[in-house]
Design a protein around this ligand. Sequence first.
Ligand code: HPA
Length: 256
Amino acid sequence: MYGVIGGSGFESIMKLEDVVDIRTPYGSVTLYTGKLESVDIAFLPRHGVRHEYPPHKVNYRANIYSFYKLGVERIVGLNAVGGIKRYMQPGDIVVPHDYVDFTKCRRYTFYDGPKVVHIDVSQPYCPELRRSILEAASEVCPERLWDKGVYVATEGARYETPAEIAMFASLGFDVVGMTGCPEATLARELGLCYATICLVTNRAAGLQDRLTTKEVLATAKTCIPYIARIVELTFIRYLPRERGCRCKEALVEAEF
Ligand code: HPA
Protein backbone atom coordinates (compact mmCIF):
# COMPACT_ATOMS: atom_id res chain seq x y z
CA MET A 1 0.00 0.00 0.00
CA TYR A 2 1.22 3.51 -0.86
CA GLY A 3 0.58 6.69 1.08
CA VAL A 4 -0.32 10.21 -0.01
CA ILE A 5 -0.43 13.24 2.28
CA GLY A 6 -2.52 16.05 0.86
CA GLY A 7 -1.82 19.60 1.90
CA SER A 8 -3.83 22.81 1.60
CA GLY A 9 -5.96 22.73 -1.52
CA PHE A 10 -5.33 19.04 -2.12
CA GLU A 11 -7.88 17.66 0.30
CA SER A 12 -10.04 16.46 -2.59
CA ILE A 13 -7.29 15.14 -4.84
CA MET A 14 -8.31 11.56 -4.21
CA LYS A 15 -11.77 10.31 -3.54
CA LEU A 16 -11.18 7.06 -1.74
CA GLU A 17 -14.12 5.20 -0.32
CA ASP A 18 -13.18 3.84 3.08
CA VAL A 19 -12.63 6.06 6.08
CA VAL A 20 -10.21 4.55 8.58
CA ASP A 21 -9.44 5.80 12.08
CA ILE A 22 -5.99 4.78 13.23
CA ARG A 23 -4.89 4.98 16.85
CA THR A 24 -1.23 5.77 17.41
CA PRO A 25 0.80 6.45 20.55
CA TYR A 26 0.70 10.13 19.50
CA GLY A 27 -3.04 10.49 18.86
CA SER A 28 -5.71 9.32 16.43
CA VAL A 29 -5.65 9.95 12.71
CA THR A 30 -8.42 9.74 10.12
CA LEU A 31 -7.45 8.72 6.63
CA TYR A 32 -8.98 7.25 3.53
CA THR A 33 -8.12 4.01 1.81
CA GLY A 34 -9.01 2.63 -1.58
CA LYS A 35 -7.63 1.64 -4.94
CA LEU A 36 -6.00 3.61 -7.70
CA GLU A 37 -6.31 1.23 -10.64
CA SER A 38 -4.81 -1.90 -9.08
CA VAL A 39 -2.79 -0.09 -6.43
CA ASP A 40 -3.86 0.22 -2.78
CA ILE A 41 -3.61 3.79 -1.50
CA ALA A 42 -3.99 5.46 1.87
CA PHE A 43 -4.74 9.17 1.63
CA LEU A 44 -4.31 11.47 4.59
CA PRO A 45 -5.46 15.12 4.58
CA ARG A 46 -2.57 16.67 6.48
CA HIS A 47 -4.61 19.42 8.11
CA GLY A 48 -7.45 17.11 9.17
CA VAL A 49 -10.67 16.19 7.38
CA ARG A 50 -12.18 19.62 8.06
CA HIS A 51 -8.88 21.47 7.65
CA GLU A 52 -8.88 22.17 11.37
CA TYR A 53 -5.14 21.95 12.11
CA PRO A 54 -2.93 24.88 11.09
CA PRO A 55 0.66 23.99 10.07
CA HIS A 56 2.07 24.38 13.60
CA LYS A 57 -0.71 22.21 15.08
CA VAL A 58 -0.58 19.34 12.62
CA ASN A 59 0.15 16.13 14.52
CA TYR A 60 3.05 15.14 12.28
CA ARG A 61 4.12 12.22 14.46
CA ALA A 62 0.65 10.67 14.57
CA ASN A 63 0.21 11.21 10.81
CA ILE A 64 3.44 9.45 9.87
CA TYR A 65 3.01 6.76 12.49
CA SER A 66 -0.48 5.95 11.14
CA PHE A 67 1.06 5.02 7.79
CA TYR A 68 3.67 2.90 9.53
CA LYS A 69 0.93 1.10 11.43
CA LEU A 70 -1.01 0.48 8.23
CA GLY A 71 2.06 -1.09 6.64
CA VAL A 72 2.59 1.76 4.16
CA GLU A 73 6.24 1.93 3.15
CA ARG A 74 6.25 4.79 0.66
CA ILE A 75 4.66 8.20 1.04
CA VAL A 76 4.25 11.07 -1.40
CA GLY A 77 3.65 14.44 0.25
CA LEU A 78 1.81 17.19 -1.62
CA ASN A 79 2.76 20.70 -0.58
CA ALA A 80 1.58 24.14 -1.67
CA VAL A 81 4.58 26.48 -1.77
CA GLY A 82 5.56 30.02 -2.59
CA GLY A 83 8.13 30.36 -5.38
CA ILE A 84 11.27 32.15 -4.20
CA LYS A 85 13.05 32.01 -7.56
CA ARG A 86 11.81 34.80 -9.79
CA TYR A 87 11.47 32.48 -12.77
CA MET A 88 8.99 30.23 -10.98
CA GLN A 89 5.37 30.69 -12.01
CA PRO A 90 2.19 29.75 -10.17
CA GLY A 91 1.26 26.30 -11.45
CA ASP A 92 4.87 25.10 -11.63
CA ILE A 93 5.87 21.84 -9.99
CA VAL A 94 9.05 21.50 -7.95
CA VAL A 95 10.40 18.17 -6.69
CA PRO A 96 12.84 19.26 -3.99
CA HIS A 97 16.07 17.37 -3.37
CA ASP A 98 16.83 19.03 -0.03
CA TYR A 99 15.26 21.10 2.73
CA VAL A 100 16.11 23.66 5.39
CA ASP A 101 14.03 23.76 8.53
CA PHE A 102 13.12 27.21 9.87
CA THR A 103 10.22 25.95 12.00
CA LYS A 104 10.35 26.67 15.71
CA CYS A 105 8.03 24.67 17.90
CA ARG A 106 7.21 21.22 16.60
CA ARG A 107 7.84 17.66 17.68
CA TYR A 108 10.78 16.69 15.53
CA THR A 109 11.48 13.10 16.46
CA PHE A 110 9.98 9.82 17.62
CA TYR A 111 13.04 9.35 19.82
CA ASP A 112 12.63 11.63 22.82
CA GLY A 113 14.79 9.44 25.03
CA PRO A 114 15.91 7.34 26.76
CA LYS A 115 16.62 5.88 23.32
CA VAL A 116 18.51 8.52 21.35
CA VAL A 117 18.74 8.31 17.58
CA HIS A 118 20.44 10.61 15.07
CA ILE A 119 19.33 9.61 11.60
CA ASP A 120 21.27 10.47 8.49
CA VAL A 121 19.57 12.92 6.13
CA SER A 122 22.42 13.29 3.66
CA GLN A 123 19.76 12.34 1.11
CA PRO A 124 16.75 13.96 2.80
CA TYR A 125 14.16 12.56 0.37
CA CYS A 126 13.97 8.99 -0.89
CA PRO A 127 16.00 9.00 -4.13
CA GLU A 128 14.01 6.19 -5.71
CA LEU A 129 10.63 7.76 -4.99
CA ARG A 130 11.90 11.16 -6.20
CA ARG A 131 13.15 9.64 -9.43
CA SER A 132 9.79 7.97 -10.04
CA ILE A 133 7.92 11.23 -9.38
CA LEU A 134 10.24 13.02 -11.80
CA GLU A 135 9.64 10.41 -14.49
CA ALA A 136 5.89 10.74 -14.02
CA ALA A 137 5.98 14.55 -13.95
CA SER A 138 8.18 14.67 -17.08
CA GLU A 139 5.45 12.73 -18.84
CA VAL A 140 2.56 14.82 -17.51
CA CYS A 141 3.85 18.42 -17.52
CA PRO A 142 7.51 18.74 -18.55
CA GLU A 143 7.07 22.46 -19.31
CA ARG A 144 6.15 23.22 -15.69
CA LEU A 145 8.64 20.99 -13.95
CA TRP A 146 11.69 21.97 -11.88
CA ASP A 147 13.54 18.75 -11.17
CA LYS A 148 15.31 19.89 -8.03
CA GLY A 149 15.15 22.59 -5.43
CA VAL A 150 15.68 23.46 -1.80
CA TYR A 151 12.48 23.65 0.24
CA VAL A 152 12.54 25.95 3.25
CA ALA A 153 9.96 25.32 5.95
CA THR A 154 8.64 28.25 7.99
CA GLU A 155 6.58 28.06 11.15
CA GLY A 156 3.51 29.93 9.96
CA ALA A 157 0.71 30.40 10.47
CA ARG A 158 1.38 33.75 8.75
CA TYR A 159 3.10 34.00 5.40
CA GLU A 160 6.66 35.32 5.33
CA THR A 161 7.81 38.92 5.31
CA PRO A 162 9.63 40.26 2.24
CA ALA A 163 12.83 40.46 4.31
CA GLU A 164 12.56 36.79 5.22
CA ILE A 165 12.09 35.86 1.59
CA ALA A 166 15.01 38.09 0.55
CA MET A 167 17.15 36.26 3.11
CA PHE A 168 15.99 32.86 1.85
CA ALA A 169 16.68 33.94 -1.74
CA SER A 170 20.20 35.06 -0.85
CA LEU A 171 20.78 31.67 0.78
CA GLY A 172 19.83 29.94 -2.45
CA PHE A 173 16.52 28.42 -1.37
CA ASP A 174 13.92 27.77 -4.05
CA VAL A 175 10.48 27.31 -2.51
CA VAL A 176 8.87 28.06 0.84
CA GLY A 177 6.13 26.22 2.67
CA MET A 178 4.95 25.48 6.21
CA THR A 179 4.54 21.73 6.44
CA GLY A 180 7.46 19.95 4.77
CA CYS A 181 9.30 19.72 8.10
CA PRO A 182 9.37 17.63 10.19
CA GLU A 183 7.25 15.33 8.00
CA ALA A 184 10.15 14.12 5.85
CA THR A 185 12.43 13.48 8.84
CA LEU A 186 9.80 11.56 10.78
CA ALA A 187 9.17 9.26 7.83
CA ARG A 188 12.90 8.54 7.66
CA GLU A 189 12.98 7.76 11.38
CA LEU A 190 10.47 4.97 10.78
CA GLY A 191 12.36 3.67 7.76
CA LEU A 192 9.68 4.87 5.34
CA CYS A 193 10.33 6.36 1.91
CA TYR A 194 9.14 9.94 1.53
CA ALA A 195 9.34 12.52 -1.24
CA THR A 196 7.27 15.57 -2.01
CA ILE A 197 5.60 17.17 -5.00
CA CYS A 198 5.49 20.92 -4.43
CA LEU A 199 3.03 23.08 -6.30
CA VAL A 200 3.98 26.74 -6.65
CA THR A 201 0.70 28.45 -5.79
CA ASN A 202 2.08 32.00 -5.65
CA ARG A 203 5.26 34.04 -5.83
CA ALA A 204 6.75 34.36 -2.37
CA ALA A 205 6.20 37.50 -0.28
CA GLY A 206 7.71 40.66 -1.74
CA LEU A 207 7.73 39.19 -5.26
CA GLN A 208 4.07 40.01 -5.76
CA ASP A 209 1.82 42.72 -4.32
CA ARG A 210 0.03 40.71 -1.68
CA LEU A 211 -0.51 37.13 -0.81
CA THR A 212 -3.83 35.53 -0.05
CA THR A 213 -4.98 32.06 0.93
CA LYS A 214 -7.76 32.49 -1.60
CA GLU A 215 -5.13 32.65 -4.33
CA VAL A 216 -3.24 29.66 -2.94
CA LEU A 217 -6.41 27.55 -2.94
CA ALA A 218 -7.51 28.77 -6.37
CA THR A 219 -4.17 27.80 -7.94
CA ALA A 220 -4.21 24.43 -6.20
CA LYS A 221 -7.72 23.79 -7.51
CA THR A 222 -6.80 24.40 -11.13
CA CYS A 223 -3.69 22.23 -10.83
CA ILE A 224 -5.30 19.24 -9.12
CA PRO A 225 -5.88 17.26 -12.34
CA TYR A 226 -2.23 17.10 -13.35
CA ILE A 227 -0.94 16.61 -9.83
CA ALA A 228 -3.32 13.68 -9.39
CA ARG A 229 -2.03 12.26 -12.67
CA ILE A 230 1.60 12.58 -11.51
CA VAL A 231 0.76 10.72 -8.30
CA GLU A 232 -1.08 8.02 -10.21
CA LEU A 233 1.68 7.48 -12.75
CA THR A 234 4.32 7.45 -10.03
CA PHE A 235 2.61 4.54 -8.33
CA ILE A 236 1.15 2.59 -11.22
CA ARG A 237 3.95 2.96 -13.76
CA TYR A 238 7.26 4.17 -12.44
CA LEU A 239 7.86 3.11 -8.86
CA PRO A 240 9.50 -0.34 -8.70
CA ARG A 241 7.38 -2.81 -6.73
CA GLU A 242 10.25 -3.63 -4.37
CA ARG A 243 12.15 -0.89 -2.57
CA GLY A 244 15.66 -0.50 -3.98
CA CYS A 245 16.66 2.44 -1.77
CA ARG A 246 18.26 2.52 1.66
CA CYS A 247 15.41 4.24 3.54
CA LYS A 248 14.45 1.10 5.42
CA GLU A 249 17.98 0.95 6.86
CA ALA A 250 17.76 4.45 8.32
CA LEU A 251 18.10 3.20 11.88
CA VAL A 252 21.14 1.03 11.26
CA GLU A 253 24.07 2.57 13.19
CA ALA A 254 21.93 5.61 14.05
CA GLU A 255 21.37 4.85 17.72
CA PHE A 256 23.54 6.52 20.33
N1 HPA B 1 4.69 30.71 2.05
C1 HPA B 1 4.47 29.70 2.93
N2 HPA B 1 3.60 28.73 2.68
C2 HPA B 1 2.94 28.75 1.52
C3 HPA B 1 3.12 29.76 0.58
C4 HPA B 1 4.05 30.80 0.86
O1 HPA B 1 4.28 31.72 0.07
N3 HPA B 1 2.31 29.49 -0.47
C5 HPA B 1 1.66 28.34 -0.16
N4 HPA B 1 2.03 27.89 1.03
